[in-house]
Design a protein around this ligand. Structure first.
Ligand code: MTE
Ligand code: MO
Length: 262
């Protein structure tokens, strides 16, 4: 008898313990869910940043992006290379993503194209594709990453941006903080910090899979910058310019991170 009584007492305490645990975990869940909802509501209601070089993001989110940029910049080094792959792993059918500034219906003749290099406003020189092809050619096979969530191992070749700068004696301009690039029609444009532009894997690319660039990949010349997301890899470069303030950037104006580093 005594033992039975004891046993039922024991069962009761276990049940009570279970109840208490259930209560505590649901209470904790409710508090966390409420906190998450409140956090989301505060963010949702927070003001947008003032439209400028960057626009369209809530102020707290932009502050977070700017903080991550600082971390990225501190860690950034030209000795740190993006991982590369053997040629056999490169995609045969290279994905085509978007075509702002290079739409198929737009008339564009790659044969008459020349790269315009703006040393400073009013001081422009032009470079032909043949002149670029005469410079040392660099290849890269790496994992191209788009912010939309896809990636693909791709094989590109062209002139290292740093080789281009050295060849045209633009060392003084390489001391400036930013490079701006725009399509010939100025519909797509990117701003790149100089350290990333001068990274040894950054190319002015004119070939993909050993073939001249097709128009939809940015013929005759595009930017391949493995230390950045796809959005910065401008297709069909019309002009290159230099500045100490951030050049305008198509996706940064839509709320995306200006730096977009990888
Ligand atoms: N001129 C131009 N360049 C561009 C774009 C664009 O719309 N227009 N899209 C960018 C984006 S978002 C990506 S992911 C890559 C895609 O390059 P791909 O079409 O060669 O895959 O190009 C980038 N460069
Ligand atoms: Mo992209």
């Amino acid at each position: 008898m005594r033992t039975r009584k004891k046993k039922s007492e024991k069962e009761l305490t276990i049940e009570q313990k279970i109840n208490r645990r259930n209560f505590l975990s649901f209470a904790a869940f409710a508090v966390l869910a409420g906190g998450a909802y409140e956090g989301w509501r505060l963010l949702y209601k927070s003001p947008d940043e003032a439209a400028g070089i960057t626009a369209g993001a809530h102020k707290p989110l932009r502050r977070a992006l700017n903080k991550t940029e600082l971390v990225f910049r501190r860690l950034f080094s030209n000795n740190h290379l993006v991982k590369t792959y053997p040629k056999s792993m490169a995609a045969k059918r290279v994905r085509v993503n978007s075509d702002i500034g290079i739409e198929a219906e737009k008339k564009f003749d790659p044969a008459t194209w020349k790269l315009q290099v703006v040393k400073k406003p009013g001081d422009v020189f032009k470079v032909s594709l043949d002149e670029l092809k005469a410079l040392p050619k660099t290849e890269i096979i790496y994992d191209f990453k788009c912010v939309e969530g896809w990636d693909q191992i791709q094989h590109w070749a062209g002139v290292r941006f740093s080789d281009f700068m050295a060849h045209y004696k633009l060392d003084n301009l390489a001391k400036m903080q930013y490079v701006g690039m725009e399509t010939p029609d100025k519909a797509y444009y990117v701003g790149i910090d100089m350290a990333s532009a001068m990274h040894p894997q950054t190319l002015l690319a004119y070939e993909v899979n050993d073939q001249p660039l097709p128009l939809n990949h940015g013929a005759p010349l595009r930017l391949i910058i493995p230390v950045k997301y796809g959005i910065k890899n401008l297709k069909r470069i019309g002009t290159i310019s230099f500045s100490n303030s951030r050049p305008r950037d198509y996706w940064a104006e839509q709320g995306y991170d200006y730096y977009s580093g990888l």
